[in-house]
Design a protein around this ligand. Structure first.
Ligand code: DAH
Length: 348
């Protein structure tokens, strides 16, 4: 190699080296570039090895030039290395990063069960009229569930056919919220104005309009001078609040052991206005049983039946909910299907 060729190679290698180093996209690339431009087999190293064969003047000049090129390339490699290391760190940080400004992924809020919504609305109608909420246990004894309600031991409601007894003799799952009437009167003197919403149980074959567990809202009023007119007026006030001001209430004779007279309550269908339609059939929607509290029931609780009279009724909460929300199958209330339940989001 002659000095002119050595000079040319040095210039070429500086340019090629700076380009390779600049284009190294990773620390591995950079290492390869370093070997390619300054390694033992690189053209630069050949120039270095030939220095000894040149004359004094050329050796000095080319020696200086060689050192410059090595330093320039070495400095470029170090700069590029620092840059790549900074990038690698920033990449790790952003991969690990948490963007604290993003909105959080909170749990989806649930909503009240449709029966809870309707029960609360029903209770509210009565509490606004001055009623208080009473409660009783779901596992009841025969006294509160039957005897005190004037349901004698030979009554069909007492047999295993209708009732769900538990292993403790004389105890059963309450078949009606009417049991709370007794517990309330036993615990306080008259006057009484209470509503008792709650779950009741019966041995039923399940279909679109029967479940073995359902809900009632019991109402009991005992005072001096209460009459059937008060019962009807109360029922009508309830119907107006729940179903609208044009709805009429109807009571027709029926039999329940704990009332005399006993009645069946219905409200005019608010869909067809009482003419008869797919929802109601004959224009009326049955809401439950009612009546004037039987004197025997008052006496069973220690009340003076000469001085006090009362009325009572039991509304089916599922029935009210089905009518209010156009639900055509009672089983939907217990199946827990979110496609049904989420339709009530934001209703209450
Ligand atoms: N307990 C009755 C039932 O479950 C409904 C009922 C009828 C409740 C007459 C009453 C009433 O308070 O007076 O079918």
């Amino acid at each position: 190699m002659d000095p002119a060729a050595a000079r040319r190679i040095l210039e070429q290698e500086r340019a090629r080296g700076l380009d390779l180093i600049g284009r190294a996209a990773s620390l591995e690339d950079l290492e390869a570039a370093k070997v390619a431009v300054l390694g033992r087999k690189a053209p630069f190293s050949e120039v270095q090895r030939s220095l000894g064969s040149f004359g004094n003047a050329d050796r000095r000049d080319l020696g200086t030039a060689t050192n410059e090129v090595r330093e320039a390339l070495g400095a470029a490699i170090e700069d590029r290395r620092a840059e790549l290391e900074r990038h690698a760190e920033a990449g790790l940080l952003s991969a690990d990063g948490v963007d604290v400004t993003l909105p959080g992924r909170g749990p989806r809020p649930g909503s009240l069960h449709p029966l809870t919504i309707v029960e609360r609305q029903m209770v509210e109608v009565f509490t606004r009229m001055g009623y208080r909420v009473a409660e009783g246990p779901e596992i009841e004894d025969e006294w509160h569930n039957f005897e005190a309600l004037n349901i004698p031991p030979d009554h069909p409601a007492r047999t295993m056919k209708d009732s769900l007894y538990i292993d403790i003799p004389g105890m059963l799952l309450r078949t009606e919220t009417s049991a709370v009437q007794i517990r309330t009167m036993e615990s306080q003197p008259p006057p009484v104005y209470v509503v008792a919403p709650g779950r009741v149980y019966r041995r039923e074959a399940v279909d679109a309009s029967h479940l073995f567990v359902f809900h009632q809202l019991e109402c009991l009023a005992v005072d001096e001078g209460l009459s059937l007119a008060d019962l009807k007026g109360t029922l009508e006030a309830f119907a107006h609040e729940m179903f609208g001001p044009d709805v009429r209430a109807r009571i027709t004779p029926d039999y329940f052991p704990f009332v005399e007279p006993g009645a069946q309550m219905a409200v005019s269908c608010f869909v067809c206005g009482g003419r008869g339609c797919r929802v109601c059939g004959n224009g009326w929607l049955e809401q439950g049983g009612a009546g004037m509290v039987h004197p025997k029931v008052l006496e069973n609780c220690g009340y003076d039946s000469e001085r006090y009279t009362g009325f009572a009724f039991g509304l089916g909460i599922e029935r009210v909910a089905m009518v209010r929300h156009g639900v055509n199958d009672m089983r939907l209330f217990v199946e827990g299907d979110v496609r049904f339940l989420e339709q009530f989001e934001g209703v209450a």
